[in-house]
Design a protein around this ligand. Structure first.
Ligand SMILES: Nc1ncnc2c1ncn2[C@@H]1O[C@H](COP(=O)(O)OP(=O)(O)OP(=O)(O)O)[C@@H](O)[C@H]1O
Ligand SMILES: [Mg+2]
Length: 574
């Protein structure tokens, strides 16, 4: 029974058309959405060479009849809408009838499909068919052996006939990350479906049907179930229903890679919604880390316009301001009441510093280097580097403050060292030198440290494994999801944090020696010990041996000088 039709010219004219296929990830997105529209409960995606060589997707959905196979690779062929009004009640992902046409135009496609068993008609033996299209040309349509309902589609040699576009593709890490970013949201919104994603035979995702949203979120994002909370609220007047799974204070990611927003089950990118949700998370999270959230907003399809961009990633919402304020209130309530928010109370008091800055004209005391960070200007009393070096060489240790600052006196100044920043600078220079000389001192771990990786981290690890080795961190595959850390550089503590931080990089393949050392050293810094006079003196000497002693590798100062002059002014002596 045919159900695919070619849209009429007046409907075509109203649909946001354009190139929807620019890289493997966009092919995966289109095929995945087709499988979901076909009500598949199991979807497998297998890739070779990050999809450049092969994208193979198998689903157990409704399948495609022989008559429809004849049409689906034509432009504007769709079973999902027939009139433009259908967009107002759209519940499917697809509607343009563009995807297969555009994909087949630039690749070699073999699609095999089998429809639900219809009472066998005399003369028809097979309900499974295979069609082969290459560069938009049909090369064959043949009966295939029956092997279960659903569709099996192989996209090979992507962009074989458009070399310019092929050249535009990025390295495998980057393409794989984009594919993962396409797949992950669907795994979260359809917890009851099974998803498999493999690359070159290695499993990146293997998600069995989950019994709850939280269950799936934990499995897909590699987190603990008890670190999520779930809420479902209907706003009757506004005709909106919001379902959310929120990571609590225990989920703190270095990037916004665990944040997902959906409108009517469709993953969308919305800077506005994302900004506001992150803003609410600031109530419970320290600066510089990001929370996890999965927010699905169900509203009347008539109030959503998905037809503004060919990739459908952007949508226009009616009354967005109203939706945002509902969302903020609901998220805040959930995080504050259920999210263990009260465990965290570490207010940053900036007001005192600000006051100092405004009460006194400190223009004479401005720093020589032009650095932008949060310290009040008054305290960045850098002397000329040489004078500072000479002062620090002669400085006498006075004491340590809060296990965080080391105080020295010299001439008419106090020198205050940020113990951690200084330690980081010292480690960074040593470690970088060792990496550059290919002589990192490291020791085997008695028992290897097992680290379970998120799919993003797995991709990063594949690219970064060699670089980790040059940094003295040997890692091996333990099982599909886990790596074993075998060695640890002598200079670095906290090896677990170091490896995870390096894998969170994103820019892994481009990371040079300095970047590698900078990140590793930062993650290696642990909570401070109280240093006694001889330890403080040792640190002072080590810092003085550095090429660049007075800033940490991230550009913050390691040392500030407070002059007598400055103190006199604070006490209104001048
Ligand atoms: N995996 C699948 N299972 C069942 N039917 C499919 C599958 N993939 C495609 N089809 C059929 O092929 C038609 C064309 O697919 P195509 O992706 O090109 O267009 P669409 O999904 O209708 O719209 P869009 O271009 O917005 O994705 C679909 O409307 C659907 O009927
Ligand atoms: Mg489609």
């Amino acid at each position: 029974m045919a159900k695919v039709n070619i849209l009429s010219p007046d409907v075509i004219a109203k649909i946001a058309a354009g190139e929807a296929v620019d890289r493997p990830a966009s092919v995966v997105k289109e095929l995945l959405e087709n499988a979901i529209d076909a009500k598949a409960t199991s979807i497998e995606i297998h890739l070779k060479d990050a999809g450049k060589e092969l994208i193979h997707i198998k689903d157990n959905g409704s399948g495609i009849s022989r008559q429809d196979l004849e049409k689906i690779f034509q432009r504007h062929a769709t079973s999902k809408i027939s009139a433009i009004e259908d967009l107002e009640k759209l519940h499917s992902m697809g509607f343009r009838g563009e995807a297969l046409y555009s994909i087949a135009a630039v690749s070699d496609v073999i699609l095999r499909s089998q429809t639900s068993v219809i009472p066998a008609k005399a003369g028809i033996q097979n309900e499974a068919w295979e069609i082969h299209i290459r560069g938009g040309k049909r090369l064959g349509l043949t009966p295939a052996a029956a092997s279960g309902n659903g569709t099996d589609i192989k996209i090979a040699e992507l962009f074989f006939n458009t070399p310019a576009r092929r050249k535009f593709l990025k390295n495998n890490t980057s393409e794989l990350n984009q594919i993962l970013n396409v797949v992950l949201p669907y795994t979260l919104i359809y917890p009851q479906k099974r998803f498999v994603l493999t690359h070159a035979g290695r499993t990146l995702l293997d998600l069995r049907p989950a019994s709850s949203n939280i269950d799936r979120a934990a499995a897909a994002l590699n987190a603990r179930m008890d670190h999520f909370l779930e809420a479902d609220q209907e706003f009757v007047e506004e005709k909106i229903r919001v379902k959310m799974v929120l990571g609590n204070i225990n989920i703190q990611r270095p990037r916004r890679d665990s944040q997902f927003i959906f409108i009517n089950d469709r993953p969308v990118e919305s800077k506005n919604l994302n900004y506001n949700l992150n803003d609410v998370y600031k109530l419970i999270l320290p600066p510089g880390v990001y929370g996890a959230f999965i927010v699905n907003i169900a509203l009347d399809p008539a109030n959503v316009d998905v037809n503004i961009h060919p990739t459908k990633r952007e949508v226009r919402l009616k009354d967005e301001g109203r939706i945002i304020s509902l969302l903020r209130r609901m998220t805040e309530y959930q995080l504050m009441h259920k999210g263990q928010a009260k465990q965290f109370s570490n207010p940053v008091i900036l007001s005192e510093a600000k006051e100092l800055k405004t009460s006194y004209d400190s223009s004479a005391l401005k720093p020589q280097n032009d650095m932008s960070h949060d310290l009040p200007l008054d305290f960045q009393l850098f002397g000329e580097e040489n004078t500072l070096r000479s002062k620090f060489t002669r400085a006498r240790f006075v004491g340590s403050f809060l296990q965080k600052f080391l105080i020295y006196e010299v001439d008419e100044s106090l020198l205050i060292v940020d113990q951690h920043a200084a330690q980081e600078r010292i480690m960074f220079e040593k470690f970088k030198d060792q990496i550059e000389a290919a002589q990192v001192e490291s020791q085997p771990l008695l028992t290897p440290l097992l680290l379970k990786l998120t799919p993003q981290e797995k991709i990063a690890w594949e690219e970064l494994q060699e670089k980790l080795t040059t940094a003295g961190i040997e890692t091996t595959q333990f099982d599909d999801d886990t790596i074993a850390v075998q060695t640890q550089p002598l200079l670095l503590k906290n090896i677990r944090a170091v490896v995870l931080d390096l894998l969170a990089g994103g820019e892994a393949p481009r990371m040079d020696h300095a970047a590698l050392a900078r990140r590793a050293c930062k993650a290696s810094i642990t909570a401070g010990d109280k240093l006694d006079a001889s330890q403080a003196d040792h640190q002072r000497k080590q810092l003085l041996e550095c090429k660049d002693p007075f800033t940490c590798p991230h550009g913050r100062p390691t040392l500030i000088e407070v002059t007598q002059n400055f103190l006199d002014r604070q006490f209104l002596r001048t």
